[in-house]
Design a binder for this molecule. Structure first.
Ligand code: SAH
Length: 348
């Protein structure tokens, strides 16, 4: 059964029209779902009983369940959810001085095959629906309600390639962004892509205000293709051209994510090449410590090497941030907690 969380406001109005109801009811229902965080249709006390029954017949409410939770020393919290069909997905809540950020998944598994990533160990089984992604946020928001806090930022950087699930991801953004609902500002929502050029061009043409982050991880085609097979389909020249066009048309700053892998992409030469690649763009580089996973040989660059890399970028006129590690005492790497549960499940 479809969940009510799959519907954006316009779609909800259309459903209501089909029920012979006035469109304003959609706003009422949105307030119940996202402002009052109702757990059932029954609670929606200002709706006619008949309408409540109708919704109960046609739509489910929450259909994701928490299966596990890990809390790190720094209070980074990883949630493992089970979806209606038994699939597992992860979401990670991180606390920053600028607010609480929730990292959500967008697909069950991933087909992009980045060699360093634990998510890709499980091939894509399916896309997540908009409603499932909305529920990741709503579930965590309800937890934060207990402390009077809110999900301030959403990053779509969990398992999956959001631009390989374009329509659902954009609909998800629309729903959580709605001023009548959770009202998470567009500039507080970040979509991270490995570089699917046609989708970047489509995104650019929509002129929406969501932030765009690109997983770069290498400054030349040879290395990038080795780390990220997607680069063979969309090499750096095409990717950078699409990004420059996006940035100029939309007047938006881009974020480049760059994981520092010891002995792989962390030399001074790599830093200089990277600086050259993005020179003149309205962009900055987010240097990310690598969360080591058992399944491969990659190791994180040392703090010293990370600082050196950062310095070379700065000297070459590139703005960069060196991200702190979060939750490295739990299974915080993308797909790690889920991979562990899948292994356990297979052993049963
Ligand atoms: N498919 C999208 C979003 C999911 S991955 C993308 O590629 O951007 C989110 C980010 O986490 C990407 O930058 C990815 O390269 C990075 N990542 C994957 N595995 C990681 C690990 N073990 N440690 C640190 N970052 C990792």
């Amino acid at each position: 059964m479809q969940t009510i969380y799959d519907l954006n406001l316009k779609e909800l109005e259309e459903v209501l029209a089909g029920y012979g109801q006035k469109p304003y009811r959609a706003k009422q229902i949105y307030a119940w779902l996202y402002r009052k965080r109702a757990a059932s249709f029954r609670e929606m006390s200002d709706l006619p009983a008949q309408l409540i029954s109708r919704f109960e017949e046609d739509y489910s409410m929450m259909n994701i369940r928490e299966k596990d939770r890990q809390i790190a020393r720094d209070e980074t919290t990883k949630f493992l959810f089970e979806l209606e069909d038994g699939a597992f997905v992860e979401a990670v809540l991180m606390h920053f001085h600028f607010g609480d950020s929730l990292c959500i998944s967008s697909q069950i598994g991933c087909n992009m095959g980045c060699t360093f990533c634990a998510s890709g160990l499980l091939k894509k089984q399916r896309n997540m629906t908009a409603g499932e992604m909305v529920q990741e946020v709503l579930y965590v928001q309800r937890e934060l309600d207990k402390d009077g806090k809110r999900v301030d930022n959403i990053v779509i950087m969990g398992t999956g390639e959001p631009f390989d699930n374009y329509d659902n991801v954009m609909n998800f953004c629309r729903i959580v962004n709605s001023g009548l609902g959770l009202a998470i500002g567009a500039r507080h929502i970040t979509i991270s892509t490995c570089g699917l050029v046609p989708a970047i061009r489509r995104f650019a043409a929509e002129h929406v205000q969501y932030n765009l982050a690109i997983s770069l991880h290498a400054p030349d085609n040879e290395l990038r293709s080795r780390l990220m097979p997607v680069n063979r389909a969309y090499p750096l020249e095409e990717l950078m051209k699409a990004l420059r066009d996006y940035s100029e048309e939309n007047h938006r700053r881009l974020t480049f994510e760059y994981i520092l892998l010891h002995g792989v992409n962390d030399s001074d030469e790599h830093a200089r090449k990277l600086a050259k690649l993005i020179r003149g763009m309205n962009a900055y580089v987010n240097l990310i410590p690598y969360n080591q996973v058992e399944e491969n040989e990659y190791r994180s660059a040392s703090d010293k090497d990370a600082l050196r890399f950062y310095d070379v970028l700065m000297k070459n006129g590139v703005k960069a941030t060196l991200r702190q590690k979060h939750g490295d005492d739990i299974d915080a790497a993308c797909g790690q907690l889920r991979a562990r549960h899948e292994r356990n499940r297979n052993q049963l």
